[in-house]
Design a protein around this ligand. Structure first.
Ligand SMILES: *[C@@H]1O[C@H](CO)[C@@H](O)[C@H](O)[C@H]1NC(C)=O
Length: 395
C-alpha cells in the first residue's frame, strides 16, 4: 500500500532490514494463517502479530458482538496451571484474592501486586476440581509474570512447600455476545445454563476434546473463553463460524467493547504505579485478605481502603473530538487534575467515552470537568462505569 511504500522510501536500507527482521520475529498464534485467509489486518500487539479487524469495519464488528456474537483469538495470553498441595497458599502470596474461599471451578479477577502496592498484572484465577489452579494473565506481561511466579515457586520449594507451575501451550478463543449460549449449546453435551458467570468446566466442544470452557470475557457481554488444544483450534473456530450468528472480531472491537464495559487494559489504565485502591478495584481484595494481609504491598494497599487516595480512576463522557490516552484532564477553572488512560468514541452510545485518573475531589459521578483536546478545553462529565450495562449470565 502507498503509505507503506512512502515510508520505506524515507527509510535507510538498514532501517528497512531492521523493520523486516522485526516483523519476522513477531510471535504467531495457531490461528495466524487462518486470520490472514479471513482477511484479518495484522498488527503488532505485545510482540505478537494479531488481527486488529477483518473485512467488516471496527464499528460493525463491535455492534455485531453486542447484538449477536463474535470470536476473538486470545491465544497470546499466558495460561498457567499451578499444581501441588500448597497451590492456594502459593497463589495467595502473589495476589489479592481470597483463593481459598472460591468454590470448586469458580474463578475471579485478581491482581499480582508488588511491594510498593502497584499492580504487576491483572489475571483470572480459577480453582478447578482437577487438582490445580488455572491462571490466565496478559500477553504483554507474560515474561515478567512467569519470572515472578517461578521465583516464588523456588522460594516456596526451598521452604519445603509443594507447588509446581505448568505453562500451557493451548490456544484460547473468546466467544462473546448474547447469542453465544445458543451457538455453543449445540456443540455441548452438558447444559450451558448451569455454567454461570466466572464458572469453568472441562468439556468436549463440537467434538473437540479436552477444552476448558470458562464463562467470562472482556466485552461486558455473556461469553466464554475456551482453552483448546492448538492442533484443534482452527477446526473449532471454523465450526463455530458456520453459524450465521458468529463472526470474527479483532483487537479494535475488543478495545472499544471493554472500554464501554468499564474494564481496565493493563499498561494503559493500571500498571505498577497504580494501586488497586486508586484503580477502584478494591472489590478484588478478599475480605479475609484485608485482615490477614500477606500479599505483596498489603501494608500500603489495605490502609488506603479507609484513608482514601489522592487520585482515583473514573469514567468520563465528553463532547467534541475523541479523547485519547495522555489527554490532560482539567478542573472547571483550567487546572490540570489528571490524565486520560483510555478513550474512544462509543459505538453504542454515540458519544466519547474515556477513563483516567483524577484528584479525589473530582471523582464523584456527575462532576463537571474538562479535557484538553488539541490545546482546547472541552467540557466533560465524570461518569459511573460500565458506560454500557453489562450482560453477565447469573443463571
Ligand atoms: C450519575 O450522574 C448523572 C448526571 O451526570 C446522573 O444522571 C446519573 O443518574 C448518576 N448515576 C448514578 C448511578 O448516580
Amino acid at each position: 500500500n502507498e503509505q507503506v511504500f512512502i515510508l520505506l522510501l524515507h527509510m535507510s536500507p538498514v532501517s528497512v532490514v531492521c523493520l523486516w527482521a522485526f516483523l519476522q520475529t513477531l510471535k504467531k498464534t495457531p490461528l495466524f494463517d487462518f486470520h490472514r485467509d479471513q482477511g484479518g489486518k495484522m498488527v503488532e500487539f505485545a510482540g505478537w502479530s494479531m488481527p486488529v479487524q477483518y473485512k467488516d469495519s471496527h464499528i460493525s464488528s463491535h455492534m455485531h458482538t453486542r447484538e449477536h456474537c463474535s470470536i476473538f483469538d486470545v491465544s497470546h495470553m499466558l495460561q498457567t496451571k499451578v499444581h501441588g498441595r500448597d497451590r492456594v497458599k502459593f497463589m495467595e502470596s502473589l495476589v489479592v484474592a481470597d483463593v481459598a474461599e472460591l468454590n470448586e471451578n469458580q474463578g475471579t479477577l485478581s491482581l499480582f501486586t508488588n511491594d510498593k502496592g502497584g499492580i504487576i498484572d491483572d489475571l483470572i484465577v480459577t480453582k478447578t476440581d482437577q487438582g490445580y489452579l488455572y491462571v490466565v494473565s496478559n500477553a504483554g506481561c507474560a515474561d515478567k509474570d512467569s519470572a515472578h511466579m517461578k521465583a516464588k515457586v523456588a522460594e516456596f520449594k526451598a521452604a519445603g512447600f509443594d507447588v509446581d507451575l505448568e505453562f500451557l501451550d493451548e490456544a484460547l478463543i473468546a466467544v462473546q455476545g448474547p447469542s453465544m449460549s445458543r451457538v455453543l449449546q449445540e456443540g455441548l453435551k452438558d447444559d450451558l445454563g448451569k455454567l454461570t458467570f466466572m464458572m469453568s468446566t472441562l468439556a468436549t466442544v463440537f467434538g473437540v476434546r479436552d477444552c476448558r470452557v470458562t464463562r467470562c470475557g472482556y466485552t461486558g457481554e455473556d461469553g466464554v473463553e475456551i482453552s483448546v488444544p492448538r492442533s484443534k483450534v482452527v477446526e473449532l473456530t471454523e465450526t463455530l463460524l458456520k453459524n450465521p450468528e458468529v463472526k470474527l472480531a479483532g483487537l479494535g472491537a475488543r478495545d472499544s467493547l471493554r472500554l464501554e464495559a468499564g474494564l481496565c487494559l493493563y499498561g494503559n489504565d493500571i500498571d505498577d504505579t497504580t494501586t488497586p485502591v486508586e484503580a477502584t478495584l478494591v472489590w478484588t481484595i478478599g475480605k479475609r485478605r484485608r485482615q490477614t494481609k500477606g500479599f505483596p504491598g498489603a501494608d500500603i494497599i489495605v490502609p488506603q481502603i479507609k484513608a482514601k487516595t489522592a487520585k482515583k480512576r473514573v469514567g468520563l463522557v465528553s463532547t467534541g473530538p475523541p479523547v485519547r490516552p495522555h489527554t490532560p484532564i482539567l478542573s472547571p477553572d483550567g487546572k490540570v487534575i489528571g490524565e486520560v488512560t483510555s478513550g474512544c468514541p462509543s459505538p453504542c452510545l454515540k458519544k466519547n467515552i474515556a477513563m483516567g485518573y483524577v484528584e479525589a475531589a473530582f471523582a464523584k459521578n456527575g462532576t463537571a470537568i474538562q479535557v484538553e483536546v488539541r490545546k482546547k478545553a472541552v467540557p466533560a462529565t465524570v461518569s459511573k462505569m460500565p458506560f454500557v450495562p453489562t450482560n453477565y449470565y447469573s443463571g
